[in-house]
Design a protein around this ligand. Sequence first.
Ligand code: PDD
Length: 522
Amino acid sequence: MLQQQYVELAELAGGFIHEIKNHLSTLGLNLQLLAEDFGEPQSQRERRSFDRIQRLQGECGRLVDISNDFLRFARVKDLERQPAHLDALIEEMVDFFGPTARQANVEIKVYLPGDLPPVLLDQDLFKQALLNLLLNAQQAMAGGGELTIQAVREPDWLVLCLIDTGKGMTEEVQSKIFRPFFSTRPGGSGLGLPTVRKIVEAHGGTIGVESEVSRGTKFTIRLPIPSAGVNGSGKGTSVETIANLNGKQMPLAEVMVPALDRGFLFGDAVYEVIRISKGKPFLMAEHMHRLARSLDAIRIAGVDLRRMEQRIRETITAGQYQEATVYIQVTRGAGLKRTHAFPAQATPLELFWVQEFVDPYVEARQHGASVTVVPDIRWDRCDIKSTNLLANVLAAQTAKDKQCVEAIFIEKDGTLSEGSHTSLFGVLDGQLLTAPNSNAILPGITRGLVLKLAERAKIPLREHVFKHADLPKISELFLTGTTSEVLPVVRVDDQQIGDGKPGPVTRRLQEAYQQAVNEAAG
Ligand code: PDD
């Protein structure tokens, strides 16, 4: 089913159950009053009525329980995950469940290796899943038995098993137990195990079951270990790219976006790229602020950027990333069909991933780069960081075809505005120039920092455009960007800039930039 339809249906069902619960509570209250009235039956008839009232009270209670189970099931979506130690959480749950188990003659044995790596958990939800499984095991062992809880580490997964010596299940039952409303237990809502599965899957994990009648049942939960490469002996090995789609963490390769997603269909989306240096996101507040501005400009509402920032920080910590980038993309979501105008209701799709950064500009930053000039065929709102990047893509490919690191856009009046993915600075008559922010360029975050650094270094500067015709007089040229940092340009097509080497102003700003990065990383 389409994600959007599912969300709508779940919301509708949730609202419906709430409504029913309100009426159930009135019903329950009245039944209680009636039960009090008939509490001391005077006749056979009154006794029968009292019995009936009690049965109705029981049914009413059951409806409340089912409704609560349903709401718990429907509510598993927005996870608040933090790095957590599963062993501590299991011990807490076993402690909590101990008295119930003892009463039921169930002995719990726990085997956990001491060096389990942390995993990202929504602890409250995960405890709920564990409790469900513990209760399930206890109910399967009516006359008592043994419950073994063990965990092992695989390269990319933490594997948790719960093995009981209960009555077991036939293959047919096993194939249905994760289906909502399937239950073999009289009075069961049939939502316990489906909720467990939903919780595990929302953590990017899987749950499986093996069972034998009269012997017992084993549930196996697999939870992803964030960025397995860095936790262990990972130095030098490539680090897994951790993605997060709508709050759900998964390897980037497993991210699936619906075909009707408007980011995919129309480029109806905005994005950010943030650099992580020495384990810390650099200029994160500025990037999140620009993201908010972009969202606002294209009228996407309801995205909790603080929660997203929190999730990004958690992912960086859990993956122990040092030199990396975060790519963030928010789309308007998916409509029910492809229409240009906004769909009546669409939930924005929130995606980010954290990827190890291998710097491609080390050489160019030292010796200077070549660029080419291409006509600016973009739209009139280049200040919005939208994923509508076809003109930028074609420009960058032209540059690549010409063995240049970047393409610079030229406007109809000859102005050199910015690069396909960088901002542009030049030094003309001893003055640092860069195009003022307007609809024609992206307000680069690195551009903003470099302007501040130049001011601090007392470099004369002016936010003013320069033109292609100025190139012979331009003594220095450089690009700025999140991943390019401060990148000297020594050639524009056939024209050499200055003496063909990175100039002193560029060098000073490169140093100041590096200092700012070091300061931010502490
Ligand atoms: N590009 N101009 C354009 C058109 C850009 O796409 C970018 C960034 C910049 C530099 O902005 P900042 O300093 O905030 O990174 C200027 C990103 C990195 C990209 O598309 O990958």
